[in-house]
Ligand binder design. Structure first.
Ligand code: HEM
Length: 503
């Protein structure tokens, strides 16, 4: 009994001591939910929602748009309003990425690639990549149109073959449908290669990339909140799976570069991004450009670009199936604006406001990347009246902002009309102010490098698909779920759909 009482007193003293220390440590930090030893605020988050970004958005309504959060061993500040995001995007001391947990596993603890590199390496590679890809047509509407249209034609033929196999014209829609074709668009611009849509080697590589992206959570991933658990329980914490996927993906890219060097490579006449990179390596003009950086840059472009566009298109079809009146309006606009037999071009964008609004609403509603990949405070700095300490993770809650009732009014409703305003002449046009509130691609100096390509690809595939088909719920079938598979990039759950070929 004496022993138990002493233990209880010891425990209570320890908790009080911890509380005092914690209060002193966090005195100047932004406000946040209560913390307990070891777990921090994890329970407060878990009680709010099983979707971390939604839970954090609910807490932000209580504690404010700049909120301190302790998750296990991670100190983080969550930015939950457009104003707060804008302010932190301008903060030079919050531009680095946090490199730990699954990121360290993937990048072997090195400062490499585009997405998770920092400082000079990131600056050099980002500048070089944007410039070189632009030379190969990336971001230039006319060249992208040609590539995308060729891939769309291949894809439509492939899709019709899939449909022909079904007597009832129904099939299970998965995000895989668009993966190969949208990866081809990107990969052609980066490597010059376009794969067959049933190429099994590429299918396998895309599967590995998916597996990696779905193995981690966006917001409080255990590999970052309790990094030591990765060494103790590599299977349970997904470390083994992530190591395997990363090794296999690296092997694929290494082989690709080798094949490229052996077969296509001519320094004087570069045909793709890889060629220019290899030429730079050979000239050794910049000691930040070397083989390993090429491997990780390609890996980053591949992983950042393959799942994102295809998942967006799958989400888009899901929303159209669930909202047939939106699909009717899309069809009406396409039929009125695009003559039969003509190509779908990016230039059309200004003439299809309803389709553009539907795409924007999809970016908002799907919130594919729910929180921006964590950034890190590289030194202590003052933000509003608070101090953000060196090493704090900076998280911008994209999904939270996309579902903020004060901004959108009815965020749970899929309603493209929210992005439209009428011109004086009575035509619909995109409300630019509203469109700028869609944060799907992040912002500031680390804004998504593929935004332009994505918007063009998604819009052109969307129009091409809807011009040819109508998508409907299967009568008597299971109602599709709007809830996504969680992961670093959200994915729609498979759903059954009936496809009707349009005249
Ligand atoms: C629907 C499609 C896409 C979405 C929603 C998306 C979203 C994002 C987001 C939220 C970020 C983080 C930005 C930040 O920290 O502020 C990002 C970064 C990035 N994205 Fe995308 N992305 C998409 C497509 C692509 C494509 C097609 C590419 C390929 C070129 C790409 C390449 C990158 C790269 C390289 C970064 C890292 C940028 C940096 O840290 O400097 N993304 N993306």
């Amino acid at each position: 009994m004496v022993f138990l009482t002493s233990l209880l007193i010891f425990f209570i003293t320890l908790v009080i001591w911890w509380g005092l220390q914690d209060g002193r440590r966090c005195r100047l930090f932004p406000p946040g939910p209560p913390r307990i030893p070891f777990l921090g605020s994890i329970l407060s988050i878990a009680f709010k929602s099983n979707v971390p970004a939604i839970a954090l958005a609910k807490l932000a309504k209580i504690y404010g748009d700049v909120m301190y959060i302790k998750m296990g061993m991670l100190d983080g500040v969550i930015f939950s309003s457009h104003q707060a995001a804008k302010e932190i995007f301008n903060e030079e001391r919050a531009n680095d990425r946090v490199v730990s947990g699954f990121v360290s596993t993937r990048n072997l603890n090195k400062n490499v690639g585009l997405v998770w590199s920092n400082r000079e390496v990131w600056q050099t590679l980002r500048r070089f990549t944007i410039r070189t890809l632009r030379d190969f047509g990336f971001g230039k509407t006319s060249s992208m149109d040609v590539v995308i249209n060729e891939e769309i034609s291949k894809f439509l033929a492939h899709f019709k073959k899939i449909l022909a196999r079904s007597e009832t014209n129904t099939f299970i829609m998965t995000k895989e449908l668009f993966e190969m074709t949208t990866t081809n668009v990107l990969w052609r611009l980066v490597t010059g290669i376009s794969y067959d849509l049933d190429d099994s080697r590429m299918e396998n590589v895309i599967r590995l990339s998916n597996e990696f992206l779905l193995s981690a959570t966006n917001g409080g991933d255990i590999s970052i909140t309790f990094p030591f658990l990765r060494d103790w329980f590599p299977e349970w914490t997904e470390r083994n799976r992530q190591t395997k996927c990363s090794t296999d993906l690296r092997d694929f890219v290494q082989k690709l570069v080798k094949e490229h060097r052996n077969s296509h490579f001519d320094t004087s006449n570069p045909q793709s991004f890889i060629d220019v990179f290899l030429a730079k390596i050979d000239l050794n003009q910049n000691d930040l450009i070397f083989n390993e950086q090429l491997i990780y840059t390609l890996l980053d472009l591949f992983q950042a670009g393959s799942d994102t566009n295809s998942n967006t298109l799958a989400f888009l079809l899901l929303y159209l199936v669930m909202h047939p009146h939106v699909q009717d309006k899309v069809h009406k606009e396409i039929d009125a604006v695009i003559p039969k037999g003509s190509d779908v071009t990016a230039e059309l964008k200004s003439r299809v406001p309803y389709c553009t609004a539907t795409m924007l609403e999809t970016f908002r509603y799907a919130s594919l990347v729910s929180l921006t990949p964590y950034r890190e405070a590289v030194q202590d700095f003052q933000f509003r009246n608070y101090v953000i300490k060196k090493g704090t993770a900076i998280m911008i809650n994209i999904q939270g902002m996309h579902f903020d009732e004060e901004v959108w009014g009815d965020p749970q409703v899929f309603r493209p009309e929210r992005f439209l305003i009428k011109t004086e002449a009575g035509f619909n046009t995109i409300d630019k102010e509203k469109a700028n509130l869609v944060m799907a691609f992040g912002g500031g100096r680390r804004v998504c490098l593929g935004q332009n390509l994505s918007e063009t690809t998604v819009l052109m595939y969307f129009i091409a698909m809807l011009r040819n088909f109508r998508f409907e719920l299967v009568h008597g079938g299971v109602t599709p779920s709007l809830l996504p598979h969680l992961g670093l990039v959200y994915a729609p759950k498979p759903f059954e759909v009936k496809v009707i070929q349009r005249e």
